[in-house]
Design a protein around this ligand. Structure first.
Ligand SMILES: [Zn+2]
Length: 356
């Protein structure tokens, strides 16, 4: 005799029902808002399916259609409880399938592949995720102990499972959890003090199915961050030494040697935001014989090219350490899911000798 397994929780059962164990069946009555079956009803599973059919104004369905309808209806109920926008398209398709079932309908078309057990597991994942999220929201990222922060972030690693990409329903749910993670945990928490990093990551998280546009940044706050940075200052002074001797103007652009255009910042917000940036400099002497500069820092926001961050991360800084290892790996997974998207950044500003 074949062992029967509940199509919802996948646990074995040996009752007469064809789909669900007794515990799950009881829970489904509650979950779907049906009152308990009267005692006189012998097959409470079939009765549930009939109730679902009636609720959908479908009468005289044969048994097979009732069971199929019930599965789709239960799937939809679980998906509604997850409440993710990325699931809307899937929910619409399942609703259409439900509508198309009638006593006259012939074949039942499955436009979305799923199993109830898959959806049940996804529902449990989202519950676990939401619980972790509530705990993480309470963390004060400025004062948190390094080990505690690391453990918190690690406890989220189950949402960065690449194998879940293959099925459309799992993909939408894992996409949504990752999206929420980056927005709430990273932008709103870990990176809250890192203005540029938070802004660039936010821009890399467009709504489901959209592509981010390229951006040009000209805000004072971010430009000040660069002007105050020692790597930037050193670079400009090197360029003046190399190209500015006895000159009125010079240009350092893509035709210049790599070491003069590639700029790697050594810590904090700039390091985390800009991974492989190029700096184009147009320099001109003004009337007072001082250099003035038009500068463009160009980068592609891309987590796949993020590897050497660890080399630069300042180990004294708890958050940077976590950011550089765990978040890097999560970022690569989220890029594969299309949660974090790639786009081009240009930071444009003018400055003068003595202003930085
Ligand atoms: Zn079960």
């Amino acid at each position: 005799m074949n062992e029967k397994r509940c199509i919802l929780c996948n646990k074995p059962y040996n009752y007469k029902y064809v789909m669900f164990g007794r515990g799950c069946l009881d829970n489904l009555y509650d979950l779907l808002g049906f009152s308990k079956a009267p005692r006189i009803i012998w097959n409470k599973e079939l009765y549930l399916c009939t109730r679902i059919a009636w609720k959908n104004h479908k009468f005289f369905l044969n048994k097979k259609k009732k069971y199929v309808l019930a599965q789709k209806y239960i799937a939809l109920a679980y998906l509604n409880m997850m409440d993710y926008e990325a699931l809307n398209n899937i929910k619409e398709k399942i609703s259409k399938e439900i509508n198309s079932i009638s006593m006259f309908s012939k074949e039942i078309v499955d436009t979305i592949q799923f199993s109830l057990n898959e959806i049940y597991k996804l529902f449990n994942y989202t519950n676990k995720f939401n619980e972790r999220l509530e705990e993480i929201k309470k963390i004060n990222w400025k004062e948190v102990d390094k080990k505690v922060a690391e453990d918190f972030i690690k406890s989220m690693s189950f949402i960065f499972d690449v194998t879940k990409k293959a099925s459309p329903v799992s993909y939408a749910v894992f996409y949504s959890m990752q999206y929420t993670f980056w927005q709430i945990v990273v932008v709103g928490g870990i990176l809250a003090k890192m203005k540029l990093s938070a802004r660039l990551l936010t821009h890399a998280l467009p709504i489901f199915g959209k592509q981010p546009s390229d951006i040009i940044i000209e805000d004072e706050e971010i430009i000040k961050l660069i002007l105050d940075n020692q790597k930037f200052k050193d670079r400009i002074n090197q360029l003046i030494q190399k190209y500015g001797q006895n000159q009125e103007t010079f240009i350092v652009d893509n035709s210049s040697p790599e070491e003069d255009i590639i700029i790697k910042f050594d810590g904090g917000d700039l390091l985390y935001a800009l991974h492989n940036a190029t700096m184009i400099v147009k320099a001109k002497k003004d009337k007072e014989n001082k250099w003035s500069f038009e500068i463009e820092i160009i980068d592609t926001y891309d987590f796949t090219d993020f590897k050497d961050l660890e080399e630069y991360a300042d180990n004294e800084d708890a958050i940077a350490d976590i950011v550089s290892t765990l978040l890097n790996n999560f970022g690569v997974v989220s890029s594969e899911y299309g949660v974090i998207k790639t786009y081009n950044i240009k930071i444009k500003f003018k400055t003068k000798e003595g202003e930085f």
